[in-house]
Design a protein around this ligand. Structure first.
Ligand code: BGC
Length: 721
């Protein structure tokens, strides 16, 4: 029996797990062990990555080719071929979408599913079969360097968006959800132990993983950090008790890269299937563990069976012929990136209805700030997608205003910037973060490396550095930059530029770029208009120009709270070795402590006044049925996100005052009204009591509105028997 025979039998209706187990029994011990780690030897692999880290060319470097694992050539088992994400497919060049946080701001599951579909096609065209870009770690604190890779702070919202991406991708390939779990400090990720009790785990940090698993995701990637005293790659509570026994996950678990586990045999026993990406800890330790009886053959057969049975279950998807590379960054996918960028841009302030700007009113436009003229697409870590080209904000504005004098000044000299702003009809200031301020961070880990690596072959040399183009701008190697932010404020230079522009020109628009919350205290009251444009993807410049000039409506809503004081957020230490995560962060924490935010969760303005009317809430057996009408009161096309929050009034336990329970984005033509119907299973009101889910009887308030604490929300009481 070989893999082809196994496929035939599963196609004929046999159970994938039974067939996989039979195939596994035909493997030699060596072949079984080969399935339990990546297919590349450690040192050549590491050298390849280290050498590659010095290049930043599409098609080379970290994302040069898929990472392979678990192949068994003798029996024709293809194994996994992994490419990163989430802002597209890293093995490229490919479409670079807005980062996940921007896509979170769209609150648009349908769009996210279409992005997933495009990603799945590009992934297959690049020879991969597993997409490692469904990142659903909730944003506990906006300083997290990798905030941009997830969708926001709210577990329900993050879960729905992650599930949508997974649905789209899995039409063409397998998806991998990561980093399981409680991974939300980057600088400390290799050393931090996160303590979380049952309620914090199940109510705040795991529901979104469960949601993506219920969607049928093929693969889970364990996190680097440890949880409740055990590294995630060998954590019995997470990998076996919760993931498999409680949730019934039937796919396979891969480790995070290189340093994702410390103890090979323990990782096997506790539920990790593949150590990625090289032959490392397990290569050094599993054979001995079998010899000494620390592991049995059945122990190593269980993970191999899970891997093979998952691929068999995905056979109809994976058997579809891969498209050719013309799908990668195709016009249709670029258009999708544009749509996502438009729908993600959040209008935070629009004093005197300065926005949108009538293009006919602009003879001279001042574009200020260094971020205006660079493709600011996100961090340079594992999620770095290199597109064939990218439209900067300056490119977008120049193309949209062919008859205006569009002057760019990088703001290095404040006096010149002021003069430029003063001489213009409108000034647009681009400020915020780049990959140098935030992103994935890998510091040297000599001890971990020594622990992980097999002996280094004597003849192994570092590859020569490729010759550097003397004219290329200096660019630090990937990873050795970014990390968690030390401050949520704009840099002093950016604040000075904003204030100078606003002083010189009352028609000043601030465009913020970055992956999560940026504080606006100290300057927001001095500028009439503020937009959050994120890392907007390869078509971002076009989208930003169209939004500013009123050719498109800014459709985003904040997927996190922006406080007036960073002290209102949870304790965050980017060098922590131990930290406790409790139930409260983000909007929930501000609510608990009675702090009014600068901008609440779910907030965003529009160019056209919209309202949510006629809300009704009814409890029908096990389901809360919410209906409402979203109304565009104005003469421009717009969108609205109907948001439903639930709060328990008679609870016996401390819980968030309001929790997002459902949301629905609707597009509205001028003056259009659209009926919305949302169904919320009562289970969504459940809390963990004594380690079990329980829906407490009593009164609940259901708020139907446009953001958290919307003063115009309709609040209805329901009584749960
Ligand atoms: C990151 C993962 C990524 C992996 C492979 C790790 O450093 O934490 O998110 O998927 O590398 O590139």
């Amino acid at each position: 029996m070989n893999y082809e025979d196994a496929r035939t039998r599963v196609r004929a209706g046999e159970d994938a797990r039974t067939v996989a187990a039979e195939l596994v029994s035909k493997l030699t011990i060596d072949e079984k062990l080969e399935c339990l780690d990546g297919d590349e030897d450690f040192w050549p692999g590491l050298m390849r990555l280290a050498g590659a880290a010095t290049t930043r060319v599409a098609g080379e470097g970290y994302g040069a080719k898929p990472y392979l694992g678990a192949q068994v050539p003798r029996l024709g088992f293809p194994g996994i071929a992994f490419s990163d994400g989430p802002r597209g497919v890293v093995v490229g060049p490919n479409t670079c979408f807005p980062v996940s946080m921007a896509r979170g701001a769209t609150f648009d599951q349908d769009l996210e599913e279409r992005i997933g579909d495009a990603i799945g096609l590009e992934l297959r065209a690049r020879g991969a079969n597993l997409f490692g870009g469904v990142n659903v770690n909730v944003l506990r604190h906006p300083a997290w360097g990798r905030a941009q890779e997830t969708y926001g702070e709210d577990p329900h919202h993050v879960g729905e968006m992650g599930a949508a991406l997974c649905r789209g991708v899995q039409r063409h390939a397998m998806a991998c959800v990561k980093h399981y779990a409680l991974n939300s400090i980057d600088n400390a990720r290799f050393k931090v132990d996160v303590t979380a009790d049952d309620r914090a785990l199940h109510e705040a940090y795991l529901p979104h993983f469960k949601r993506v698993i219920d969607e049928g995701v093929a693969c889970v990637m364990s996190a680097y950090n440890s949880v409740n005293g055990e590294w995630c790659g060998e954590n019995r509570q997470l990998l076996t008790e919760i993931l498999r026994e409680e949730w019934g996950f039937e796919g396979y678990v891969i480790s995070d890269w290189i340093f994702g586990l410390r103890d090979g045999p323990k990782s096997v026993r506790n539920g990790l299937d593949i150590e990625m990406p090289f032959r490392a800890i397990r290569y050094k330790s599993l054979q001995t563990a079998l010899d000494t009886g620390e592991l049995t053959e059945a122990d190593i057969e269980a993970p191999v069976t899970r891997i093979i049975s998952t691929l068999l279950r995905f056979d109809d998807v994976l058997a579809q012929p891969a498209p050719d590379t013309s799908v990668c960054a195709s016009p249709a996918h670029r258009e999708l990136a544009y749509e996502a960028s438009v729908k993600s841009i959040v209008l935070l302030k629009n004093g005197g209805s300065l926005l949108p700007i009538d293009p006919a009113s602009i003879k001279r436009l001042a574009v200020l700030g260094r971020l205006a003229s660079v493709p600011n697409l996100g961090d340079r870590g594992s999620s770095n997608v290199v597109p064939p080209s990218a439209v900067t904000p300056l490119d977008g504005l120049r193309a949209a205003l062919p008859n205006a004098d569009v002057t760019h000044d990088d703001g290095a000299n404040i006096e010149i910037a002021k003069q430029t702003a003063r001489a213009a009809d409108v000034a647009i200031v681009f400020v915020g973060c780049t990959y140098e301020d935030e992103g994935e961070f890998i510091s040297a880990q000599p001890e971990l490396l020594a622990h992980t690596a097999p002996p280094r072959p004597a003849d192994l040399q570092m590859p020569p550095r490729p010759p550097r183009d003397p004219n290329a701008p200096a660019s630090p190697p990937p990873f050795a930059t970014g990390g968690d932010r030390a401050s949520l404020d704009l840099s002093e230079a950016d604040q000075a530029l904003v204030l100078a522009a606003a002083e010189a020109n009352p028609r000043t628009i601030v465009v913020l770029m970055g992956g999560s919350a940026i504080m606006v205290e100290g300057w927001h009251e001095r500028v009439p208009a503020i937009l959050m444009a994120w890392y907007p993807g390869m078509e971002g410049g076009r989208a930003i120009a169209d939004v500013i000039l009123g050719r498109a409506n800014p459709g985003g809503r904040l997927p996190f709270v922006v406080p007036t004081d960073a002290a209102h957020l949870p304790f965050f230490d980017r060098e922590a070795t131990a930290i406790t995560y409790d139930l409260f962060h983000g909007q929930w924490l501000l609510d608990r402590d009675g702090h009014t935010p600068r901008y609440p969760f779910g907030f965003g303005l529009s160019y056209s006044p919209a309202t949510v009317r006629n809300a009704s809430v009814q409890l029908q057996s096990e389901t809360i049925v919410v209906t409402a009408t979203a109304v565009n009161e104005g003469n421009r096309a717009t969108s609205e996100v109907v948001q439903v929050y639930a709060g328990a009034r008679d609870s016996n336990v401390e819980r968030p005052e309001w929790r997002l329970a459902a949301f629905q984005r609707v597009e509205l033509a001028p003056r259009e009204s659209r009926h919305v119907r949302l169904e919320i299973l009562l289970d969504r009101l459940a809390v963990r009591i004594d380690g079990r889910w329980a829906v407490e009887p009593g009164a609940y308030h259901i708020a139907v509105g446009r953001h958290a604490h919307d003063p115009q929300a309709t609040i209805v009481r329901i009584d749960v028997p």
